[in-house]
Design a protein around this ligand. Structure first.
Ligand SMILES: *Cc1c(COP(=O)(O)O)cnc(C)c1O
Length: 427
């Protein structure tokens, strides 16, 4: 396994095609996977129970036979046409049927493209430049979203990556998450320059940080009053938290986002993503409107087939099962940590959770960052040793699938006491 990592590092920067896979924050060599099935991934002659789930897409478990068959059948008919297909229309109809704020939808290949296009579209539609994002929210790696928050209330344009021109992030404002006052203050000063607020429907890329009750509806209100658009990024939460994503379980105070972004589960493991929303805004996209967007492989027939198969199988029973598995798992982890006296909080939204190593729940990135991060690497490596493949960062969510049944959850929890002891010993 580490031989392969050495070989990989010689030809691929860091040996990986996406940075978090490199185990940078936990140390050691990443697990190279050659096969996956249901709740398991396989590396060499070892079997692991997987809680990464391809970072979300594997809602139905790995290599679900119906999804694989759909992709194989599509492959036999041709890999890519560069012309419209009936399957794209069918997938569009499936999404629109589940998520009423989506009146029209456009398919792209990655979540990054979906949010990037949504932002361009919001700017084109409103004729304004400023985009507001929240510290700790991830929207993919397009230049304008690679900004870090400073210590002030609002930060204008500090790039968090080399290679991003200053001018590109000047029009991105970063605010602390869940902070209504910061939003109100910003809109009071700059309301008529703001094209959009983009927010994760439920932030899950700094660990889980639930929106305070009514926060998303509040954002929509502020946007509407100022003539700006609300872009709800459901790339991770869409079709994972319910049939209609986070939006579907976040309606105590009802709201309708103007644009939404999807990825991950929508392709069941194949590269497809989408942006959708209000018809008048979506029709601003080329060829109808002046905002350009295109893609050689957009709406790819294999990816579209996987998406249709996945969404069709993802009924309410699937979500109920995943909710139960996720609660059993987080309760078990929590009990083990409590027994060892490890300060922690289970941060949860629906079936998504993360373990925060602090006894105070976190509501924003600053609070997440001050947890006992040093407890995670030994916790992680103890579980890995015992055959549990966890996301290799304290800032990531745990992903269960419908194939994580009681027996699998029990197997994971058998390894929890040892991991909790390792976390307790850490300093
Ligand atoms: C994963 C993710 C993205 C980016 O999607 P990619 O397919 O990796 O480009 C965007 N937003 C959120 C909330 C995500 O979790």
């Amino acid at each position: 396994m580490s031989d392969l990592f050495t070989r990989a590092q010689a030809v691929i920067p860091g040996g990986v095609d996406s940075p978090v896979r490199a185990f940078g924050s936990v140390g050691g060599a990443p697990v190279f996977i050659h096969r996956a099935s249901g709740p398991h991934v396989y590396s060499g002659d070892r079997q692991f129970i997987d809680l990464v789930g391809s970072w979300g897409p594997a809602l139905l478990g790995h290599a679900h036979p119906h999804v694989v068959a759909a992709v194989q059948e599509a492959a036999a008919r041709g890999l890519s046409f560069g012309a419209p297909t009936e399957a794209e229309v069918e997938l569009a109809e499936l999404v629109i049927d589940r998520i009423p704020p989506v009146e029209k939808i456009r398919f792209v290949s990655t979540g990054t493209e979906a949010t990037m296009t949504a932002i361009r579209l919001a700017r084109g539609f409103t004729g304004r430049d400023l985009v507001v994002k929240f510290a700790g929210c991830y929207h993919g790696h397009e230049d304008s979203m690679l900004v870090a928050a400073g210590s002030g209330v609002a930060t204008f344009g500090m790039s968090s990556s080399a290679g991003v021109p200053k001018g590109t992030v000047e029009d991105t404002v970063v605010l602390p998450y869940n902070d209504r006052q910061a939003v109100t203050d910003l809109f009071a000063s700059y309301g008529d320059c703001i094209a959009a607020i983009i927010t994760e429907a439920a932030p899950a890329n700094m660990g889980l940080v639930p929106p305070l009750p009514g926060f998303n509806a509040f954002l929509k209100d502020e946007c509407e009053k100022a003539g700006a658009l609300l872009i709800l990024d459901e790339v991770l939460t869409g079709f994972r938290l319910s049939r209609s994503g986070m939006w579907g379980i976040d309606q105590e105070v009802p709201y309708t986002p103007d644009l939404m972004a999807f990825g991950k589960v929508i392709g069941g493991g194949m590269p497809i993503a989408a942006l959708g929303g209000r018809q008048d805004v979506m029709d601003y996209l080329a060829p109808l409107g002046p905002v350009y967007q295109a893609g050689t492989l957009s709406g790819n027939p294999l990816a579209t087939a996987a998406g249709i198969a996945t969404l069709t199988l993802a009924d309410n029973a699937v979500y109920e099962k995943i909710d139960r598995a996720s609660v059993a798992l987080s309760n078990g982890f929590s009990e083990a940590l409590t027994k060892e006296g490890v300060a922690h909080t289970i941060q949860r939204v629906g079936s998504l959770f993360s373990i925060l190593f602090s006894d105070r729940p976190a509501t924003n990135y600053d609070e997440v960052a001050t947890q006992d991060q040093f407890r995670f690497p030994p916790f992680f490596h103890s579980l890995l040793e015992d055959g549990i493949h966890l996301p290799p960062s304290v800032f990531e969510a745990y992903f269960v699938s419908v194939t994580h049944d009681d027996a699998i959850i029990d197997q994971i929890l058998e390894a929890a006491p040892k991991a909790a002891r390792a976390a307790a010993r850490a300093s």
